[in-house]
Each structure stands twice: as C-alpha cells, then as structure tokens.
Design a protein. Structure first.
Lengths: 205, 118
C-alpha cells in the first residue's frame, strides 16, 4: 500500500462529460526511500520514505546521521509503507507517477478542529424552536429516564470536543494528475484546512 | 494559493474554449448540447444576461433570463461547461446595474431592455 504526502491547496471544479465535478487540488510532496525493512532483519517487509526537506538543526543527531549515511537531505516526515520490497532501493524517489488518472485512492488526514461543540453541531440534533420564548434553542434535551435505569446510558450523545481527529476517506477518484508540477486533483472533499498535509494511499493488497 | 490558481488556469485553457465577453443586459443566444438517448442536438436558449458570477474562469457562470409562454425562465450557464457550445450576442443592452433582478417583477414590454447607443 504505497502512498504519498500531499498539501491541500483548495477546492475547485472540473467539467467532464457535461458535468461539473467537484475536486480537491493537492500538491504532492515527492519522497525518497530512506530505509528498506526486511522480514529477516526487522520482522516485516516495508519501505521507509522521507518527505519534505528540513534543516539539520531541527532534527536530533541520531536521525540526521541516518540520513547522512545514505547521503539524503534531512526530511521532516518519515513514513513506512508495507509493500513488496524487491523492486525498491534506498534513495529511490516516490513520486506522483505511482497514481493514474481514473484510479481510486484513500486519503488519511486530520479534520478541522471545532473545539467544544454543542449537540447540534456535533451530533446533528434538531434543537428547539427559536422564538415564542421557547428557551430551548440549542439545548440537549432529556438524557434518559428516571429510577429505571437510574443512570445515563453509555454512549449518550452530548456536547464535547469535536473535530481535530484522524479520519480516512475511502474511494476518492483521481480526476487529474500533473506529474510535472506535482499536482493531483481528487474527486470530492478531503479532511483538513488548506495548507494542511494529508496522506494519499494507493488501494490494493 | 498561486499554484492553485495556476492549475485552474491551465485546466481552463485545456478546454480550448472562447470565453464570451458578456455584460448584464446583453441579449444572447446560448447554443447548448442536449443529449436525447444516443443522439445529440443543439438547443438554443435566447434571453437576457441578468447576472455574472465568479469571474470568467473555471468557476464563472452567467444567468440568462427569458419569458417562455408567459412564464419566466432562468438558466445558469458555466462559461466553460462543455454543454455550452457557443454564445452569440444579439445586441448589447443599456442597463445601469450589474444584477438585473428587477426584471423578475416585470413582464412583456416593461421587461424590455434598450439597446446600447440609442
């Protein structure tokens, strides 16, 4: 399951077959393979890929020396992908060309944080009437019975922290790829705000 | 953000379409492709441009209003949609605002827009 890191640039639309398709435009970050893990040595097969150049002083010395050993510029993010290791070598580049137009991918990202949210925003409760002195405008309502069961049922939907969680969006179609400019357009929305980094994961075994 | 704009411009260019220079009040004929089963034919929607929105790029649209058998009909066309074949400007109208919503309250001759230059 190979993947990439990409920065969300924003949303737009593309016309295809007489229809306007909503797309999220992302700028992919090319990655470099920093290490190949094998079953014999590490207990599992995987490639470790570094993304986004960074300054040496921002990393700890052991991490920097790891990059230096293979003569790779230091990277901010390291990700592992469990793939068949045979075809990969250290210092190989992982670029947008791993995807094709028309392919379906998964996206992993962090949603926008909403802070402490009420029950209407968080759980889509209907709320009460706004006028006629209702005084029940955005309130929770009853959270249970009386003596039986004598407690609030577990999992009861209530106000609380909303957003800022890791979310996987499955089966987004790749509408357009510009491999030269490292830009990819996916059908539909992607978690997070503009400028945020998300993972695009190839589907498959 | 600039990369986003560059991408949008590139996409817009790739459609190879001439973007008509429309103004509110213009009387236009919009040639649209209509699919009927397997056949495709061109339908003309003739009316007045009452609104333009979202620039003239990927997101831009314009609204055309006409009266059909006594009923007002409005259609929103994206500039770059591939169903819009071409837009023919019949005449330019003389109007004093950007959004001609007041036409919705008028019918017949009162809803007529004077030609520019008369």
């Amino acid at each position: 399951m190979l993947g990439l890191i990409a920065k969300k640039l924003g949303m737009s639309q593309i016309y295809q077959d007489g229809k306007a398709i909503p797309v999220t435009i992302l700028e992919a970050e090319p990655g470099v393979i920093t290490q190949i893990k094998t079953k014999e040595k590490d207990g599992y097969d995987a490639i470790q890929v570094g993304f986004i150049d960074t300054k040496e002083k921002r990393l700890t010395k052991p991490v920097v020396s790891k990059f230096k050993k293979n003569d790779i510029t230091p990277k901010r993010v390291l990700k592992e992908f469990r793939v068949d290791v045979g075809n990969y070598n250290v210092k190989d580049e992982i670029k947008l060309d791993i995807f094709e137009e028309g392919e379906v991918v998964d996206v992993i990202g962090t949603t926008k944080g909403k802070g402490f949210a009420g029950v209407m925003k968080r759980h889509n409760f209907a709320g009460g009437p706004d006028g006629h002195g209702s005084m029940f405008n955005r309130r929770v309502g009853s959270i249970g019975n009386c003596e039986f069961p004598g407690r609030v049922v577990k999992g009861r939907k209530m106000p609380g922290h909303y957003g800022n969680v890791k979310v996987t969006v499955k089966n987004l179609k790749v509408v357009k790829i510009d491999a030269e400019k490292n830009i990819i357009a996916l059908r539909g929305a992607v978690p997070g705000s503009k400028g945020e980094y998300i993972n695009i994961i190839k589907k498959g075994k | 953000m600039d990369k986003m704009r560059a991408f949008e411009e590139e996409i817009a260019k790739s459609y190879n379409k001439e973007i008509p220079e429309l103004w509110p009040g213009d009387s236009v004929k919009v040639y649209t492709k209509v699919k009927e089963g397997n056949k495709e034919r061109t339908q003309i929607f003739a009316g007045t441009v009452i609104r333009r929105r979202g620039g003239r790029g990927l997101n831009g649209t314009f609204t055309v209003r006409k009266e059909s058998y006594g009923v007002g009909v409005e259609k929103i066309f994206p500039y770059l949609s591939d169903t819009v074949e071409k837009v023919e400007i019949v005449y330019r109208g003389k109007v004093r605002r950007a959004r001609l919503y007041y036409l919705r309250n008028r019918r017949g001759k009162a809803a007529k827009i004077r030609k520019k230059g008369y």
